[in-house]
Write a protein that binds this ligand. Structure first.
Ligand SMILES: [Zn+2]
Length: 110
């Protein structure tokens, strides 16, 4: 029967082989402000509990988590608190749109 010696430290230390350090995820403090919460509530309420994305694959579904999304993204100069710049999207639509916008942004020359 082998006995495991748990009190001895390993003789070889850990070595982080990652090429690039993963940046720590941070949340923009704007999302915690009452102004943002009011904007979000207005966008979600207006949706009637359904995804408003015109390309949604399940547009009539209710009882799902909705994301108040900036149609014209903040990073691209979209209006931060204008309800006209908000659309309630389901998780799938929000992810699809966000990824597409990010890809388009990264493809643009700086
Ligand atoms: Zn959707």
């Amino acid at each position: 029967m082998a006995t495991k010696l748990t009190t001895l430290a390993p003789r070889i230390g850990r070595f982080d082989t990652r090429v690039a350090a993963v940046p720590e995820k941070t949340v923009d403090p704007h999302y915690a402000t009452p102004a943002h919460r009011a904007w979000r509530a207005a966008v979600i309420e207006r949706s009637g509990g359904r995804c408003q994305d015109p390309t949604c694959r399940s547009p009539g579904r209710r009882g799902i988590r909705l994301f108040a999304d900036h149609i014209h993204e903040i990073k691209d100069g979209g209006a931060l608190l204008d309800p006209a710049n908000g659309l309630a999207r389901c998780g799938a639509c929000h992810s699809r749109k966000t990824i597409a916008e990010r890809a388009a942004r990264m493809a643009r020359p700086t």
